[in-house]
Design a protein around this ligand. Structure first.
Ligand code: TRP
Length: 340
């Protein structure tokens, strides 16, 4: 079992990142260790170049995200935690895979269409080839399992297509160069929505801070945001079925269920028939209970530049070691000679 996943170091991490991705990393790092495998979690700083970014802030946000991951329970002694920029093999392998990836495949990627919008001609080439770098990220380590959100499923399928074509074109059947990675998409709680609009994802790019719970928010901010969260006037139903067509109510019950590790039906068995006047304070308390210790550890760590640098340096050294053989096998398969 080899788990590999990346997360972009832009913007403030929020509850959606925690329930959709980070919490899952913590479980998977333990599973991987128990299975005698490895778990690699990296900060996708190279991917940040695909959109306008501020060079002065990139490393600071990278360190802030490392502090967040560790505060949430990612353990640098169990997982290999690093940033892409310290492992040149990611960039190298991407170039080598550019010969295998097809224009037609990339033209179908919905994230490129969404992010380039009406300005396709002005989009960066990095935004277009973003999924090839993502394929390199996982293929470099022979990843077997890749935890991602639903929105990244298409990129994982592309990684599989690239691996398959490369193996077919450049390797023999009994000695493939790349492993085909499986996506792992967390079932519930994968889609945490905005507190202001139950049909939009909770996002760091939403201009309203009231739309999201940041992992660094203190108890007062959390309670205030939950209290002001958009709802409807109806009481809660006694089963999840009754939430259909009530996006905001569904989102709040979903958050409660994810935090309590219960099903929505279980939550509604307790709160069915109650109004939001009763449910919101309970949700707020549960959020504070979960996030307060994370916030505390985060504040302890975030200014400890030396420890954070050291975590990344140690992770990068291990990642370079783990990725080395695959990079060499790829150069070899392509007939490229690097010398000694
Ligand atoms: N594209 C991913 C996202 O936006 C981040 C990412 C980059 C990633 N490389 C990856 C995720 C490799 C999984 C595996 O969420």
């Amino acid at each position: 079992m080899r788990v590999v996943s990346g997360i972009q170091p832009t913007g403030q991490p929020h509850l959606g990142n925690y329930l959709g991705a980070i919490r899952n990393y913590v479980k998977l790092q333990d599973d991987a260790v128990a299975a005698g495998g490895e778990c690699l979690i990296f900060l996708a700083d190279l991917h940040a170049l695909s959109m306008p970014h501020d060079p002065k802030e990139l490393y600071a946000s990278t360190l802030e995200l490392v502090a967040t991951l560790v505060a949430c329970g990612v353990d640098p002694n169990k997982a290999v935690l690093f940033n892409q920029a310290q492992v040149p093999a990611h960039s190298e392998l991407q170039w080598l895979l550019n010969g295998t990836a097809r224009m037609g495949w990339l033209n179908r990627m919905t994230q490129f269409k969404d992010k380039s919008g009406k300005n396709r001609e002005g989009a960066s080439i990095a935004l277009f080839t973003y999924p090839v770098l993502q394929a390199a990220d996982v293929l470099l380590y022979q990843a077997t399992h890749v935890p991602v959100g639903e929105d990244q499923k298409q990129h994982l399928e592309l990684a599989r297509d690239i691996a398959q074509k490369f193996n077919k074109d450049f390797a023999s059947e009994d000695a493939p160069v790349f492993t085909l990675p499986e996506p792992i998409i967390p079932p519930e709680a994968a889609r945490i929505m905005s507190l202001r609009d139950g049909n939009a994802k909770m996002s760091k790019s939403d201009p309203s801070d009231m739309s999201r719970i940041n992992l660094a928010d203190d108890a007062d901010e959390i309670m205030k945001k939950v209290k002001k969260a958009k709802t409807d006037p109806e009481p809660l139903p006694s089963e999840a079925k009754g939430l259909e067509g009530r996006a905001e109510a569904q989102n709040l019950v979903g958050i409660y269920a994810a935090l309590a590790d219960e099903s929505m039906d279980q939550v509604l068995a307790t709160f069915g028939g109650e109004g939001f006047g009763k449910f919101k304070p309970a949700l707020g308390e549960l959020l504070v209970e979960t996030l307060a210790p994370i916030g505390e550890r985060f504040r302890e760590l975030k200014d400890d530049r030396e420890s954070l640098d050291a975590i990344l340096a140690r992770g990068a050294a291990k990642a370079r070691e783990l990725g080395g053989p695959t990079l060499t096998a790829t150069y070899d398969a392509l007939g490229l000679v690097r010398g000694k």
